[in-house]
Design a protein around this ligand. Structure first.
Ligand code: 13P
Length: 280
């Protein structure tokens, strides 16, 4: 079923489990992602960057996700990832998304709060869920350390904005698939001790060691984002499959094999965030 994100995260928080959020880069993978989650009885968040949403088309994407989700027994949400402009939040809402993220993490705290408040207003009017970000998650060139989220700022941010979920900076880095990150679990612990009411979000999940992902769930992260690793598994399979294919082979059959490689990665991530030992 097609739902908003907040109730899925609330339930996961109660159960001490995580909900995986998988990044989509092309429409082709959508049915496979949702059905793989359903096979594992796992609620799932399908998310896209603003560029991917524009490439596919907001409304077309939400129509496909809604249609696929309608025949599944697990909750499926469609989420706009890292929107830095309110007009993109508006486009996602008008286009039928059930969840959005406003990312003002590069702004000074007061401005981030003020813009996030405006985004929350839009989301509340449309009854969709909203995530925001405080602190920096790295992107591009890997540097030793990023400004971590200050736990007191996180309390203020959550109180003043009323967001449903908060992404925090604990040293993770988007797109890191060649090495694993040394995340700062002490910072996460300090944030978790102060921000008890809403779920925290892990960005840059690809670069996080499996055991650290589990610890992140224990320390209040209930939305866990994985993008690059899925992309890598599809493209690696594509290099092999397409490289060996004759030009008249069925494109469908070739893509099924690439989707199969991505589905294997999805199953592993689901097992990681739904790990039985995590229940309280
Ligand atoms: P990775 O691509 O590093 O897994 O990060 C995904 C993400 O956090 C999307 O916002």
């Amino acid at each position: 079923m097609y739902t908003t994100m907040a109730p899925m995260l609330a339930q996961a928080k109660q159960e001490g489990k995580g909900v995986p959020a998988f990044n989509i880069h092309a429409l082709e993978v959508v049915p496979m992602m949702a059905r793989t989650a359903a096979e594992k009885s796992c609620p799932v968040i399908l998310q896209v960057s603003v560029s991917t949403a524009k490439y596919i088309g907001f409304h077309l994407l939400s129509t496909v996700v809604r249609e696929v989700a309608s025949s599944l027994d697990v909750p499926v949400a469609l989420h706009l990832d890292h929107a830095a402009k309110l007009e993109d939040i508006g486009a996602a809402i008008d286009g039928g998304f059930s969840s959005v993220m406003y990312d003002g993490s590069l702004l000074p705290l007061s401005e981030n709060i003020q813009r996030t408040q405006e985004a929350v207003k839009l989301a509340r009017q449309a009854k969709v869920s909203i995530e925001a970000e405080l602190g920096i998650v790295g992107r591009g060139k890997i540097i030793e350390s990023y400004p971590y989220t200050d736990p007191d700022d996180a309390v203020k941010f959550v109180e003043e904005t009323g967001v449903d979920a908060l992404a925090v900076g604990i040293g993770t880095h988007h797109g890191q698939y060649k090495a694993k990150t040394n995340i700062n679990l002490d910072v996460l612990k300090a944030i978790h001790e102060k921000v008890r009411d809403i779920p925290l979000v892990l960005h840059g999940g690809t670069g996080v060691r499996d055991e650290d992902v589990r610890t992140c769930v224990r320390l209040g992260m209930h939305k866990l984002n994985f993008g690059t690793e899925l992309n890598v598994s599809w493209v690696r399979a594509a290099k092999e499959v397409f490289g060996a294919a004759e030009p008249d082979e069925s494109l469908r059959e070739l893509m099924i094999r690439c989707n199969g490689a991505m589905a294997d990665t999805i199953r592993k991530k689901i097992d990681l965030v739904r790990f039985e030992g995590l229940g309280r």
